[in-house]
Write a protein that binds this ligand. Structure first.
Ligand code: N01
Length: 559
């Protein structure tokens, strides 16, 4: 289905990735009359939801909220079947969107963007792919995703393993049948916690290798009734607007009360009520859980007590109950039957803190005190998050500076959208934006709309080069850190800080100030005439590539 490649093509925009972000960006660029090429590594659209086909893969944001809002018709016509959508259903939805808006003709599948170099003379990006495409683009827009660079840890001996091994983020397209197998699963983040109960339903024996226990709240997933959908759909415009103004882009029941403003019985009732309702809403039981360790400890202890009440073996329960980090400072997990799975006789838990993995051997996994025999090993070991997908592309900006080099001490952006020295390069859900702390579809729509509006404004004002100013970027980075430091997030080593990747600089990657506040800041930047950005006309350069998209006219310096 991929369109034919054409060397040295001139387009207005190249978009990297055809997941939620890339598809909507393409839609908006078309509205602006811009010629666009979207490159996608997979052989289908869908991004994360194309790759993550592991058993149990399901979104932990509810279906009625985890969808686009840009088209009233789309949101009315699509029918979700469950409270939390399964991977297969989300992928079907994304494919429907691609067809409904006729997006495929500008998307080239099975093609990775490998390099992009800013051409100072032409004031354009020269983009190359692993298929030999060469394009000249005015704008380069990354929709490469925050959780798309999967990480298989470097464990000695993996190549010697004689069974099959898998990574949750790059799962085979055909269902894997674990029936009768002995399976080792490494990792207990969101992916592992979803996959373990499903794999345990098939496998003869399951051994879970846990380095750090995570907090998980039951999903209580269930079918969505037509009446529930109807109710949502009747109020979609208001509900979407409300969601955009929340911290996370999700309509949770955000408490206005502090943990210690209520007495102990009321506190416990509130935790219980949230547990029974299910999902990440639990972490909003009181308004100080992310800020005050004593308050956080109360919410954490309630979950630990639940784990102890569900898991029959007290020694296993103790290993599963996290005590090393504040609840919510690693992404909270949402599960179906995770803790009860450890009551099954064929499921066991290995605590890697007590007995680290030493090597993978032909027959399985050798830890400090035993060798475990397996037919299959599943790595649920996560991602080089937020920056990993950009690191895979050799992006060079002004004076040949490599993005990777500029970000060697951690990513630096203005609003998470641009970075100084890299003109006309835009990030959707980039580092320094709320991205992974939100309902990412809402964050994506906000970013895409902002970028599209910026490009439209440039078109109208006959400006063709936009770039973040270094001073504005410095201030934004300071602000991102300052806001993070007011919370408990930086107290925990997690992928939010890059701590899961050996050698990665520890920086708090997302903006924790809340999506609603962040959107207000972005709006103010526009109201102030794109404060913090240099907006320059293209200098008349002999032999420059012809302009496409916007109108040619006299230059205006908008700064
Ligand atoms: O990855 P993770 P994930 N030896 O990084 C362990 C989203 N998501 O794919 O914590 C042994 O969270 C690691 O241990 P530790 C969501 O945002 C959403 O599960 O580093 N273990 C950890 O237990 C999520 O947060 C959904 O000590 C090793 C695990 O592997 C994000 O994606 C579903 C190891 C990795 O956990 C990532 O989730 C799935 C090693 N060498 C994902 N290296 C939903 O919407 C790593 N680990 C529901």
């Amino acid at each position: 289905m991929s369109a034919a490649t054409s060397p040295s093509r001139i387009v207005d925009a190249v978009v990297v990735g055809a997941g939620f972000a890339g598809l909507y960006m393409l839609y908006r660029l078309r509205e602006l009359g811009m010629t666009t090429r979207v490159f996608e590594a997979g052989d289908g659209v869908g991004g994360t939801w194309y790759w993550n086909r592991y058993p149990g893969a399901r979104c932990d944001v509810e279906s009625m909220q985890y969808s686009y809002s840009f088209s009233p018709e789309l949101q009315q016509e699509w029918e979700w079947t469950e409270r939390y959508p399964q991977q297969e259903e989300i992928l079907r939805y994304i494919n429907h969107v691609a067809d409904r808006f006729d997006l495929r003709r500008d998307i080239q599948l099975e093609t990775r963007v490998t390099a992009a170099t800013w051409d100072e003379g032409q004031q354009r990006w020269n983009v190359t792919t692993d298929r030999g495409d060469q394009l000249s683009a005015r704008y380069l827009i990354s929709a490469a995703g925050c959780l798309s660079a999967g990480r298989v840890p470097e464990i000695e001996g993996l190549e010697s393993f004689q069974g099959q091994w898998y990574h949750t983020g790059n799962w085979p397209h055909q269902p894997v049948d674990f029936s009768g197998q002995r399976v080792g699963i490494i990792g207990t983040g969101s992916s592992g916690i979803q996959a373990i109960p499903q794999i345990a339903k098939q496998a003869r024996q399951v051994t879970v290798f846990q380095r750090t226990p995570n907090f998980s709240i039951p999903a209580w997933n269930r079918p969505l009734s037509p009446e529930q959908q109807k109710e949502w759909k009747a109020r979609y415009p208001q509900l979407r607007e409300q969601a955009r103004n929340t911290r996370s882009g999700i309509l949770y029941d955000y408490s206005q009360r502090g943990t210690f403003e209520v007495d102990e019985p009321e506190r416990q009732r509130e935790y219980e009520r949230r547990w029974e309702r299910g999902g990440a809403n639990y972490t909003h039981a009181f308004n100080d859980i992310f800020f005050d360790r004593a308050a956080n400890d109360q919410a954490a202890e309630f979950v630990r007590s639940k784990i102890r009440s569900i898991v029959k073996d007290p020694a296993v329960a103790a290993k599963l109950a996290p005590t090393d980090h504040a609840i919510g400072t690693k992404r909270i997990c949402v599960d179906t039957d995770y803790y009860t799975t450890f009551n099954l006789p064929h499921v066991s838990l290995v605590d890697l803190k007590a007995s680290p993995i030493e090597a993978i051997v032909p027959g399985g996994i050798r830890t400090a005190d035993a060798t475990h025999e397996f037919d299959s090993i599943v790595f649920a070991t996560g991602y080089d998050a937020v920056t990993g997908s950009l690191d895979r592309i050799a992006i060079r900006g002004r004076d040949g500076l490599a993005l990777k080099q500029k970000w060697a001490d951690g990513p630096r952006t203005y609003l998470g959208i641009m970075t100084a020295g890299f003109p006309n390069l835009f990030f959707i859900t980039g580092p320094g934006s709320p991205s992974v702390l939100t309902n990412v579809v809402v964050a994506i729509e906000q970013h895409v709309d902002w970028i599209a509006r910026c490009l439209q404004s440039m078109q109208q004002r006959h400006i063709e080069v936009a770039e973040a100013r270094t001073d504005a970027e410095d201030q934004w980075v300071d602000h991102v850190n300052e806001v993070a430091d007011k919370t408990l997030f930086p107290t925990t080593a997690s992928w939010y800080t890059g701590a899961n990747v050996p050698g990665k600089r520890r920086v708090f990657l997302p903006y924790v100030g809340g999506l609603g506040n962040y959107t207000a800041i972005c709006e103010q930047v526009v109201a102030d005439g794109y404060r913090g950005m240099r907006l320059d006309p293209v200098p008349a350069v002999e032999g420059a590539a012809p302009r496409t998209g916007g109108n040619v006219s006299a230059p205006i310096d908008a700064t």
